[in-house]
Design a protein around this ligand. Structure first.
Ligand code: CA
Length: 145
């Protein structure tokens, strides 16, 4: 490997690190449990600080089966839904944005069938031009089913 190649690789790693996971907020490796049946719903809440225009969010279904996991984000009378159509792979669902400004946002996680489903959520608050604004991280579920 030439020095130039090594430098290019190093630069790539630093660049990816700067815009990647460091900017996102994560709720990782949580589970909708079978005991709560098909109606199991986990609820999380986070608050977007001053200057926020919306919350961006997406979910990843970590269980490789045909029981699909969806995320609904609601704040006041505004809301959006996204579903991860492929469980067990590293790809998240399409991202959604809910435009409720500086507010508390509720994230509801549900699934289509009975059965344990592991999931992770990535989310963050943004201003109108897409810059990140203050985003709280919940320490526990508001409801853990
Ligand atoms: Ca997926």
């Amino acid at each position: 490997m030439t020095l130039k190649t090594k430098l290019t690789l190093l630069l790539t790693v630093f660049t990816l690190g700067a815009v990647g996971p460091a900017a996102a907020h994560s709720i990782n490796n949580k589970t909708l449990r079978p005991a709560f049946g098909a109606s199991a719903t986990d609820i999380w809440q986070a608050t977007c600080g001053a200057g926020s225009s919306h919350m961006f969010a997406q979910i990843r279904d970590q269980s490789a089966d045909n029981n699909l996991v969806s995320l609904v984000v609601v704040s006041g009378v505004r809301g959006a839904t996204t579903t991860d159509l492929t469980g067990g792979d590293p790809t998240y669902s399409p991202g959604i944005s809910v435009n409720a400004g500086n507010a508390t946002y509720t994230m509801l996680v549900n699934h289509t069938r009975t059965g344990g489903q592991a999931y992770s959520i990535e989310y963050h608050c943004e201003n109108a031009s897409g810059g990140h604004t203050e985003t709280t991280t919940p320490t526990a579920e508001s409801q853990n089913n």
